[in-house]
Design a protein around this ligand. Structure first.
Ligand code: GLA
Length: 380
């Protein structure tokens, strides 16, 4: 059944009648990983996989919400001590609280939601959920007075304050601002961004999902961020955006080897984003691909956010002559993103499935990337 029909049918049987339907998207990132919280550049796009919700004000001060995919129901008030226990419901509660904290309005509502963003695959299903509700509550209760950047920040603060992930702004930004057939280069220091048409003629972007669950809460993700902040502090700068290799070398003996390698990766990665953007405009996919492999190596060896399965998928990509391949997103599991010449695609996917299955007893999941729109109203 189509996502929308599933949602409207469930809403009607649970709450009666109908509300308004909203959606927001998961994201990919072509390059620029772990650079967002360092004030660097990222290069994401929204994808055709979404979280969709039907929502209607209920005239009370209670939120009543049902998750079709988790088959779970939660009911909560809008005050700070009303926080629900279920982690999925905390995303929605957090969005409500963050809007209220900013002086916005939220009243009680009924909602049903579902999605097709694979969970724990590094495609930002949580940002899609936050952005869907932030967009919807802005439309329903605030006459769209909250600007789109603030909607993204509301999602990010939800992660920080209610979900235990000290994330950057990339995922929520991509989910809110996504535009069909366009990637977006965001400068996470100035928050200036530019849309880049993504027309890789002759190539396909494909994700291979290792199905190793990537879970960022209480994870080494927060530790990576802390390492970067320590080095920035040692250098007397706000973020590693303002660091270069020479500066890093000058404090090498004062920081731990671990912190040194984390910062080295970030400094190299922020340059790679600019290189990739220029190469993309020129249609130079070899350079794009080479940078993707460099990012993988950096994430695996210096930033240490890979895992055996992701490294194996990357090795297979190299063997198959794939133009570019790397871990995507926070790491610790999830997907690789691969830039593949169309004629090599069937062979690459068949080989990856066969070899991965022989080693790990199951095939990776395959998702072709279709760059799509971000947060939106689907139907009144
Ligand atoms: C996660 C975070 C983002 C970003 C990426 C790594 O997806 O939510 O803010 O840091 O990891 O690039």
């Amino acid at each position: 059944m189509e996502l929308k029909e599933k949602i409207t049918g469930t809403f009607e049987s649970r709450f009666g009648g109908h509300g308004t339907i909203y959606a927001s998207a998961g994201r990919i990132n072509l390059i620029g990983e772990h650079t967002d919280y360092n004030g660097g550049f990222v290069f994401p796009g929204a994808i055709d996989k979404v979280i969709m919700a039907e929502i209607r004000a209920n005239g009370t001060d209670k939120v009543r919400v049902y998750s079709i995919d988790i088959d779970d129901y939660a009911e909560f008030g809008l005050n700070e001590d009303d926080a629900p226990k279920a982690s999925w419901a905390r995303y929605i509660f957090g969005v409500c609280r963050e809007i209220l904290k900013r002086g916005g309005k939220v009243e009680g509502f009924d909602a049903v939601f579902a999605g097709n963003v694979p969970l724990g695959a590094g495609l930002s299903s949580s940002a899609a959920l936050e952005s869907c509700f932030a967009f919807a509550l802005n439309d329903m209760f605030n006459g769209n007075a909250i600007d789109k950047f603030e909607l993204a920040r509301i999602g990010q603060s939800t992660e920080h304050n209610y979900c235990g992930v000290n994330c950057g702004i990339m995922d929520q930004f991509a989910s809110v601002f996504g535009k069909k057939n366009h990637l977006m280069r965001l400068d996470c220091r100035s928050m200036e961004f530019e849309y880049f048409p993504f027309e890789a003629e002759g190539y396909t972007l494909v994700l291979l999902d290792s199905v190793v669950k990537h879970e960022l809460a209480d994870s080494p993700y927060n530790k990576r961020r802390a390492s970067c902040e320590r080095v920035a502090k040692r250098l007397n700068i706000e973020t590693l955006r303002d660091a270069d290799k020479a500066m890093l070398e000058s404090v090498k003996s004062d920081i731990t080897a671990e912190d040194y390698f984390r910062a080295k990766f970030v400094i190299e990665e922020k340059e790679r984003v600019l290189t990739v953007c220029d190469a993309l405009v020129k249609g130079d996919f070899d350079t794009v691909g080479r940078c993707m492999y460099e990012t993988h190596d950096g994430l695996s060896k210096d930033y240490e956010v890979s895992c055996e399965e992701l490294d194996y998928l990357n090795d297979i990509a190299r063997e198959c002559g794939v133009t570019g391949s790397r871990i995507m997103g926070g790491g610790f599991g999830g997907c690789t993103i691969n830039l593949v010449k169309n004629e090599l695609l069937p062979g690459f996917i068949a080989t990856a499935k066969e070899k991965f299955n022989a080693k790990y007893g199951h095939e990776p999941k395959v998702y072709e990337v279709i760059i799509s729109d971000g947060a939106r109203k689907v139907e009144e």
